[in-house]
Design a protein around this ligand. Structure first.
Ligand code: NDP
Length: 247
C-alpha cells in the first residue's frame, strides 16, 4: 500500500545518526524528497549520503546547528534551493546528559533546553510559512517526559516542554489544516552505543521492563513517523504517540 509520500518534501533535523537516520531512510524509501540536517560532518554523514543515492529519488544534506537562530536561517536559505514547500517537518535533533540536579550548570541546562526545545521552536516557526494545508509537523519527544527520573531533570523538562509546544501548536495550526503530533520513544538502540558490554548491560536492564521483551530499534520509531506523516493519520493532531514496547 502506498503511503502517498512520493514526491513530498520533508525536512528532518538530526538526520545523520540514530533515530533521525532511521526516519530519513524510511521517508526516502517511501519516495519522499528528503532534506536531512546534520550538525557534525562525519563518516556517518558521508555514508548516509551514499545510502540516499542508492535509494534514489531527490535528497540533500544540510549542515546546521538547529539551536542557533542564525544557522537555522542559513539552513532555510539552503533548503529553498532544494524545495519550495515543507510538507513534513520532523523535529528530531536532541541531546541528553546524566547529571545530578545540584551539579547541573546553567550552561548545560541551556545547552539541553536550546537543543531539545528552542530548536523545534526556531525550526517550526521558520518552516510553517512553507507548510501547505495537509502538511504536518512531527516532534520527537520522549516517554521520559511523563515519567521523571533523577539525573535527567534538564532533559525531561525540555521534553515535557516539547509536549506543551506540540499540544498548543496543534490548536494554533489546526485551522490551516496543518497537523502537529509527537512521537515519544522509550529506550531505543542506536549506533551511539557501540561498546558490546554497554549494549548488553542496557538490554539486560531495560528489556524486561517492556511487554515485548526487547529494546526498540530505530525502524520502530520510523514506522510511526511514516504513519503520522501520511494521510493515514489525517484526523490526528496534538497527539502523543508512545513507542516503548509497552513499558
Ligand atoms: P543521537 O545522539 O543518536 O542523534 C542525535 C542527532 O541529533 C545527531 O544527528 C546529532 O548530530 C543531532 N543533533 C544534536 N544536537 C544538534 C543540534 N544542535 N543541531 C543539529 N543537530 C543536532 O540521538 P537519538 O537518535 O538517540 O535521539 C533522537 C531523538 O530521539 C532525540 O530528540 C532524543 O531525545 C529522542 N529520544 C531518543 C531515545 C533513545 O532511546 N535513543 C529515547 C527517547 C527519545 P551530531 O552528529 O552532530 O551530534
Amino acid at each position: 500500500m502506498s503511503l502517498g509520500l512520493e514526491g513530498k518534501n520533508v525536512l528532518v533535523t538530526g538526520g545523520s545518526r540514530g533515530i533521525g537516520r532511521g526516519i530519513v531512510h524510511a521517508l526516502a524509501t517511501a519516495g519522499a524528497n528528503v532534506a536531512a540536517v546534520y550538525r557534525t560532518r562525519s563518516e556517518a554523514v558521508d555514508q548516509l549520503e551514499r545510502e540516499l543515492k542508492e535509494i534514489g529519488g531527490k535528497s540533500t544534506l544540510i549542515q546546521a546547528d538547529v539551536s542557533d537562530s542564525a544557522a537555522v536561517e542559513q539552513m532555510f536559505a539552503e533548503y529553498a534551493e532544494f524545495a519550495d514547500t515543507v510538507d513534513v517537518l520532523v523535529n528530531n535533533a536532541g541531546t541528553i546528559s546524566h547529571i545530578p540536579f545540584q551539579e547541573l550548570t546553567e550552561a548545560e541546562w541551556r545547552r539541553v533546553l536550546d537543543t531539545n526545545l528552542t530548536a523545534p521552536f526556531l525550526v517550526s516557526q521558520r518552516a510553517i510559512p512553507l507548510i501547505p494545508a495537509g502538511g504536518s509537523i512531527i516532534n520527537i519527544g520522549s516517554k521520559l517526559a511523563r515519567v521523571g527520573l533523577p539525573l535527567r531533570t534538564h532533559y525531561i523538562a525540555s521534553k515535557a516542554g516539547m509536549e506543551g509546544l506540540n499540544r498548543s501548536l496543534a490548536k494554533e495550526l489546526g485551522p490551516k489544516q496543518i497537523r502537529v503530533n509527537l512521537v515519544a520513544p522509550g529506550v531505543i538502540e542506536t549506533e551511539a552505543v557501540t561498546d558490546p558490554k554497554v549494549l548488553a548491560a542496557m538490554r539486560e536492564k531495560y528489556s524486561n521492563l517492556t511487554a515485548l521483551g526487547r529494546l526498540g530499534q530505530t525502524d520502530d520509531v520510523a514506522g510511526v513517523v511514516l504513519f503520522l506523516a501520511s494521510d493515514l493519520s489525517k484526523y490526528m493532531t496534538g497527539e502523543i504517540v508512545t513507542v516503548d514496547g509497552g513499558i
